[in-house]
Every structure is written in C-alpha cells, then in structure tokens.
Design a protein around this ligand. Sequence first.
Ligand code: FE
Length: 169
Amino acid sequence: MIRAAVRGVAVSSGCRALIQFLVYYSSQNFLRSRVVSDPKKIEKTEQQWRQELDSETYRVTRQAGTEAAFSGKYCDLKDKGIYNCAACGEPLFSSDTKYDSGSGWPSFWEPVSEDNIEYISDTEYGMLRTEVNCKKCGSHLGHVFDDGPKPTNQRYCINSISLKHEKDE
Ligand code: FE
C-alpha cells in the first residue's frame, strides 16, 4: 500500500516534470519560430552588415553611434521627399514633418508610420532617453524627445547617415 502510494507520487512527479519539459520546449520553439520567421524583419550577421555598409554608416546604424552635430548631409535639406533607412530602404520619415530644431541633426515631428519604428529605452551616459530604430532591420536611427513642435510635440532627432533621401518626382 505504502509502496504503491510512493510509486504513485513518483509517477505523478515524473509526469509533472515531463509536462513541464514539454511546455517549456514548445514555448521555446514557439518563441524561436516567431523571431526567425517574421517576414517583415531583415536579419543579417554583423559581418554581412560590415561588408554592406561603409564604416561610418556601420558605426552609427549598427553600433548606435552618433554623427557630429551639424555635420550630416540632411541637417538643412529642404527638398521634398521620403527619408528611407540607409541600411534597408524602409521608408521612415517624410519631408512634410521635417523642421529646423536647431539641434544640428535632421529633426522630424512624426515618422511615416509607427509600424516602421522601434523604440528602445536607452540609459547610456546616465540619461534616460528613447532610442529610435528601424523596425525592419534594427538599425539605430537616433532618439526621440518630447520637446518637439505641434501637433505631436515630439522631436525625432535622427542621424543623417542613417537615412537616404528619395526626392519627390
Ligand atoms: Fe532599416
């Protein structure tokens, strides 16, 4: 009787362990398949990015660098058009929402679509900032601050080198 009860406990704890393992295993596979099979994301190795991008674009987009203020080619650009991701070509910002913030970097009050942008908390240098990345390829673009103009009061402070301007026809 006691032996049967002990065996019962052993079996049920064995079952529980098996079930826990199966749940864990399938959840890991589920998560893995979600990451790998997202068709909207571009996934490349750092070596591939290094080969495709020039060293300064790589430093800013893949290593979250910052170009020197007032040095970027789009800081004062007024031409109409779309600013695409320099690394993957995804449309990110429009000249319609570009404004002169005086910061030394191209500034926009809104992205083309929230779906194309990824926001990450950045605590580097002891500051709490919100990093802005291209959602499609994960490239670093810049930061967003809440001191922008109306209607959003947002200032997307973006490195020129992370962007590629496509002029309106
Ligand atoms: Fe991109």
